[in-house]
Design a binder for this molecule. Structure first.
Ligand code: COA
Length: 369
């Protein structure tokens, strides 16, 4: 008897010391550190170092690593020319996927800094294309600012406030890794053939693009916009569920309780929208959450990472179609860390398919078929 595990559910492909998810208690740990502490006290630079190298950096290590991240922000001229040559209505995930592939084609490098170079250049690609599609000139990266601060600087052409930079910094930390999800597995499948890192990451981006994976944050935001008024939220939830539709940004294969990332993102969303034009969106989200929890918590369905992240990204000035690229700009760290760990004890990924067709059919010439 062969048991087929659809979706590879409950199949373990490696041991890991990178990320631990406690789906019952709603806890998430990177290298043993709680995501709550990392979001509160750490930075993109520090947490990405932790994921990549296994320990929190010392002051010197952090300085050295941060300097490299700053130095590698600039993208090659021909990639900039390529981005400027593109139509302005493309899916930003297609642009990011092709740009990372483009970099791989140009660099073909596998020196020790390759991974830092990729992490550093992804925000530049995203911000450049965002500005190009807005009819604006790209803003060159600054070598003085932190990772999240520079990302927003390149997007807006001016230094963000401390609160804005912190909001993006924390949101990126929360998206950095999530154990063996579809995009991480896709990256590992490619890496296991001993292909290059760029190719593995292109596979990760390709998998993240799907609406079942990286696209739900946009869908949740669309829902809030559709409701339009906090007082209509409860009725909307009831009607939507009655119609057999799902509440976007709710439910998770592993979390049977409140997703810890959503807890932190909710606080960020509340703070960043306070006294702004986005405050109503936040209120609508909160009222949808209350109504949906009443009806769905019995099934273990609560807000996931995508419920509040869209509001945060939107309030920071990103257009909704760019949200999945922001997810990718953070998750690339996890993809690299997981690929590196897998390659230490590499075995090419080669599952099986159970053949159910016939065998031994006689070959018929084409005019006899
Ligand atoms: N809204 C309403 N009901 C939901 C729901 C949601 N967001 N998510 C799951 N359910 C219900 C299903 O209808 C099903 O109900 P039933 O048993 O009465 O038929 C039950 O919960 C189990 O759903 P299932 O699709 O089997 O759960 P899953 O673990 O395979 O799905 C998701 C996980 C994330 C795909 C699912 O929760 C979902 O589609 N969420 C919305 C999209 C989203 O936010 N994706 C981002 C994930 S990080």
């Amino acid at each position: 008897m062969v048991e087929i595990k659809k979706g590879l559910e409950d199949v373990y492909v490696k041991e890991t010391e990178i990320t631990y998810i406690d789906g019952q208690l709603g806890r998430l740990y990177y290298r043993g550190y709680s995501i709550f502490d990392l979001a509160e006290f750490s930075s993109f630079e520090e947490t990405s170092y932790l994921l990549l190298y296994g320990t929190l950096p010392t002051k010197n290590e952090l300085e050295d690593y941060s300097n490299k991240l700053r130095k590698y922000r600039t993208i090659p001229d021909n990639l900039e020319t390529f981005l400027k040559s593109l139509p302005t209505n493309l899916n930003p995930m297609d642009v990011l996927r092709t740009s990372v592939s483009y970099l791989g084609m140009l660099e073909r490098g596998n020196d020790p800094d390759t991974q830092i170079r990729i992490i550093a250049s992804i925000p530049t690609i995203i911000a450049y294309y965002h500005r190009i599609t807005d009819g604006l000139e790209p803003v060159e990266p600054s070598e003085e600012l932190g990772h999240a601060e520079n990302f927003l600087y390149m997007l807006k052409g001016k230094r963000p406030t401390k609160e804005e930079a912190n909001a993006l910094d924390k949101a990126l930390i929360l998206h950095m890794d999530h154990e063996m999800n579809a995009s991480t597995f896709a990256a590992i499948v490619v890496a296991s053939t001993l292909s290059d890192l760029y190719s593995a990451l292109v596979a990760g981006i390709a998998a993240l693009k799907g609406p079942l994976h990286g696209g739900a944050n946009y869908e949740a935001l669309k829902m809030f916009m559709e409701v339009g008024d906090p007082n209509k939220a409860e009725e909307y939830v009831i009607e939507r569920l009655k119609a057999g539709k799902r509440i976007m940004g709710f439910g998770h294969r592993i979390y049977r309780t409140y997703d810890p990332r959503a807890r932190v993102l909710k606080n960020i969303a509340r703070e960043i929208t306070k006294n702004t034009q986005y405050e109503t969106l936040y209120e609508i989200a909160e009222r949808i959450e209350q109504a949906a929890i009443k009806l769905l918590s019995g099934k273990g369905i609560y807000p996931n990472v995508d419920f509040y992240s869209g509001i945060v990204f939107y309030a920071l000035g990103f257009r909704p179609e760019f949200f999945p690229t922001l997810f990718a700009s953070a998750r690339v760290v996890g993809w690299i860390a997981q690929v590196n760990e897998y390659l230490k004890e590499n075995r090419i990924i080669r599952p099986k398919a159970l053949y159910k067709g016939e065998v031994g059919k006689p070959y018929k010439p084409i005019d006899e078929r």
